[in-house]
Design a protein around this ligand. Structure first.
Ligand code: PMP
Length: 371
């Protein structure tokens, strides 16, 4: 049977994935089989998701708004608190408007498949996130892959092909999810302007890490043709996503993005809880930046973001190292193909504002003992 054959093949090649059950989480700690582990692989970069004091405030949001939304936004699921949050998110990203989506995956599928179609073209970074890749495929536009973070290659492709297409978009992660490196947004913005292209930026790992927006990091302003997708389930510590853009684009997505139209609105309490969490972003970002600098120095992996790729090469070695760290009280799963390219299996270490100096030092010492 095909399913069994594939599962056996995955097991033989160290690519089999299984779920690990967490009983409880508190700040940066998770409990598995009653034992406490330090979590160095969460995207909860500002340590907001498992903060009991903040959760108590969220309970107030539930009391006020209930637990569900009851319908899609265009039916009876559009609440004033959704719009209040959208206003705040647009302010953060320095765009005219923002529109909430259920999650980042849905946001990327929705914007790419509605904005681009047959006769259009997308220029996409080689290491973009799976949700952007799937959005490109769903759009039916012609896709040109440019070399990772290479504006010269992108320019060559735009020069050669731009004129054949109507609508064109350049698509990139701002902070790449597996390597933690940063796209050259200033140069991409210039190319988007020069070639009359939309610039679609996935700020999932940038929001609340390198600033409120990756555009702040580069001292740039989003243009009328810029779309910034931000997620709420990472540094912001709740759940959901949004697209920050001009007003006409927001109206367009309300009318055309199928992943916005045909799905239940995020619960209003979640919008309320997200507004609460956003109050903590600025101060915690400072602490996160300190921790990033400390870990970077101690494990000798350069990163300006919360993501540190500790590349070991083959999948078996990555799994073994991850298991040894687990025995010593750290939770850092191995990341293997197809999530990352063949031969670049790694530990994807992430640091948060909630890790203490001692915990970061202990991780660095343990890694150097193990390798
Ligand atoms: N974009 C990037 C770069 C991501 O890393 C992720 C999630 N890992 C997403 C989009 C999807 O966001 P969500 O988890 O909210 O669906």
């Amino acid at each position: 049977m095909e399913v069994d054959r594939i599962l056996n093949e995955l097991k033989k090649t160290n690519l089999y994935r299984k779920l690990r059950t967490i009983e409880k989480a508190e700040g940066v700690y998770v409990y598995i089989n009653g034992k406490r582990f330090i979590n160095f692989s969460s995207n909860d970069y500002l340590n907001l998701a498992f903060d009991r004091k903040i959760a108590a405030r969220h309970a107030e949001c539930v009391k006020t708004w209930g637990t569900g939304s009851g319908a899609a936004r265009l039916v009876t699921g559009n609440f004033s608190i959704h719009e209040k949050l959208e206003k705040k998110l647009a302010e953060i990203k320095k765009t005219e408007t923002a529109l909430l989506f259920t999650c980042g995956y849905m946001a990327n599928l929705g914007i790419l498949s509605s904005l681009l179609g047959d006769g259009d073209a997308i220029f996409s970074d080689q290491l973009n996130h799976a949700s952007l890749i799937d959005g490109c495929r769903l759009s039916k536009a012609e896709v040109f892959i440019y070399k990772h973070k290479d504006p010269d290659h992108l320019k060559k492709l735009l020069k050669a092909h731009r004129n054949r297409f109507k609508t064109v978009a350049i698509v990139t992660d701002s902070v790449f999810s597996m390597d933690g490196d940063i796209a050259p947004l200033d140069e991409l913005l210039k190319l988007a302007n020069d070639y009359d292209a939309y610039l679609i930026v996935d700020d999932a790992h940038a929001t609340g890490v390198i600033g409120y927006s990756s555009f702040d990091f580069f001292n740039q302003k989003p243009s009328e043709k810029t779309l910034i997708m931000g997620t709420l389930g990472k540094a912001v510590g709740t759940f959901g996503a949004f697209v920050a853009s001009s007003k006409p684009l927001r109206e367009f997505f309300i009318n055309r993005a199928r992943t916005f139209i045909f799905t239940t609105a995020i619960p209003p309490y979640l919008a309320c809880a997200t507004l609460e969490n956003l109050k903590y972003v600025k101060t915690r970002m400072k602490k996160l930046q300190e921790n990033i600098r400390l870990l970077s120095r101690l494990i000798n992996v350069k990163s300006q973001t919360a993501i540190f790729p500790f590349i070991v090469g083959d999948a078996g070695t990555a799994v073994e190292l991850s298991e040894k760290l687990f025995e010593r009280g750290f939770i850092i799963p191995a990341i293997r193909p197809p999530t990352v390219p063949e031969g670049t299996s790694r530990l994807r270490i992430t640091v948060s504002a909630g890790h203490s100096k001692e915990e970061i030092e202990k991780l660095a010492n343990t890694i150097s003992e193990l390798i």
